[in-house]
Design a protein. Sequence first.
Length: 100
Amino acid sequence: MNKPLSQSPVKALESAIDLAQDSDSNDKAHAAFNEVLAMLQSQDPQAAVMLQMLWREYVTTQRSVTFWQELCQVEKHLSERITESHVQLRQNYLRLMQEQ
């Protein structure tokens, strides 16, 4: 992701945040963030350190969100399969009762 350095730091940070929301583009997100960090380090080193801390927390949070979303999908799929099995068992039971 070769963005011009003339891009505003706010826009560059927004871009990095957008990229970080997709786990497939983590490398691009970190590269975009590092550009913002480099811009800020020359102007205000202490703010750059704080921004870096916030970025780490944000990335960790995004990983957690991804994990829980995937877990919810697995749980949903499992629940659907259990429901299908239950329906099938009930139908089999009713057929068996009719045969007797």
